[in-house]
Design a protein around this ligand. Structure first.
Ligand SMILES: [Zn+2]
Length: 322
């Protein structure tokens, strides 16, 4: 199977009450870890590349790594997606360069400008057999070049979604219902603390999601910033010389519920970073004499695979759906 668009994936995910994981890729070990898990659990998967990933690893390397993963997993539907394209030009260069899906994110612009640029990307993408994700509302947090301060985020206004989708022709829509980018998703002042002193985030705004679903029946919704920042990994990082105070994420039960509704794509990046870093920190501390990068990257790759396998089975519900 060659790379596919997300059209068929989303159709099945919507009617089946599950979501497709969209995992950010930056190097070979990450591509391998994700796609080995997708292969083993027979799950469709979206590999996504941010502007920062292209700056780090180079567009061609990333596309070729993903092509290798497709060749190694011929039975798994895989899409290659641009995460947070911020201009027509970057979207065009990915559409021309082998991606099957792009996101145009003009969510920080006024509504009319967002409509105009999104429509321009949609017209070009659809002419080339590529699908487009757009965004309404802004998430807080930091993700590569996207950075929005806490307090400046804004929930999606459900009364805008129908007009936006109709006028732009976008294929899926990212909305803001309280998820957030990065490993520090919430300020302590927004949260309560449990008996262990761990921050408990405010619940997602399912009322906004449900209103969007009512206005866009059958239309695939996307959630960004949906890592859960598992505390066992934060603990390992901190135990082995790291310093990640108050890193928290979105509870997995809330994401599972969203996946049962119209959310067809859930973006997960920080959890992969965290799993790799925790594993490498622990390995380095326990093997101070090792210096072959393969020695620590091998368990790091396994940690990516285990994390993605867990998400596929317990959060997304996409196991066996390839
Ligand atoms: Zn995002």
């Amino acid at each position: 199977m060659a790379l596919v668009t997300t059209t068929e994936m989303f159709k099945k995910a919507y009617s089946g009450g599950y979501a497709i994981g969209a995992f950010n890729v930056n190097n070979m070990e990450i591509v391998q870890g994700i796609t080995e898990a997708a292969g083993e659990f027979n799950s469709p998967v979206i590999l996504q590349v941010s502007k920062g990933a292209r700056a780090y690893a180079n567009h061609t390397y990333l596309v070729k790594l993903v092509e290798a993963a497709v060749q190694e997993n011929p039975d798994i539907p895989m899409a290659l997606h641009l995460d947070h394209g911020d201009s027509f030009e970057i979207c065009k260069s990915c559409i021309d360069g082998g991606f099957t899906s792009v996101m145009i994110d003009c969510s920080s612009m006024p509504f009319e400008d967002n409509v105009k640029i999104t429509k321009q990307v949609v017209d070009y993408a659809h002419d080339h057999g590529v699908v487009v994700e757009a965004e309404l509302g802004t998430l807080a947090g930091v993700e590569d070049e996207v950075s929005v301060e806490h307090g400046s985020e804004s929930y999606t206004h459900p009364d805008e979604v129908e007009e936006f989708v109709t006028r732009t022709g976008c294929d899926s829509l990212a909305i803001a219902i309280g998820t957030s980018h990065g490993a520090y998703k919430f300020k302590a002042s927004q949260c309560t603390r449990n008996e262990e002193g761990i921050l408990v985030p405010p619940p997602l705004r399912f009322d906004i999601l449900e209103e969007c679903i009512r206005r866009l029946p059958g239309f695939p919704i996307v959630l960004h910033g949906s890592s859960s920042v598992p505390q066992e990994f934060v603990k390992i990082v901190n135990q082995y010389g790291g310093n990640m105070p108050d890193a928290i994420g979105i509870p997995e039960a809330e994401l599972r519920h969203a996946a049962e509704l119209a959310v067809c794509k859930i973006n997960i990046d920080s959890d992969i970073r965290l799993a790799m870093t925790a594993t490498i920190r622990k390995y380095m501390a326990e093997h101070p004499d090792h210096f072959d990068p393969r020695q620590y990257l091998k368990p790091a790759r396994q940690a990516v695979k285990d994390m993605v396998a867990h998400k596929i089975q317990n959060v997304l519900g996409s196991a066996g759906k390839a």
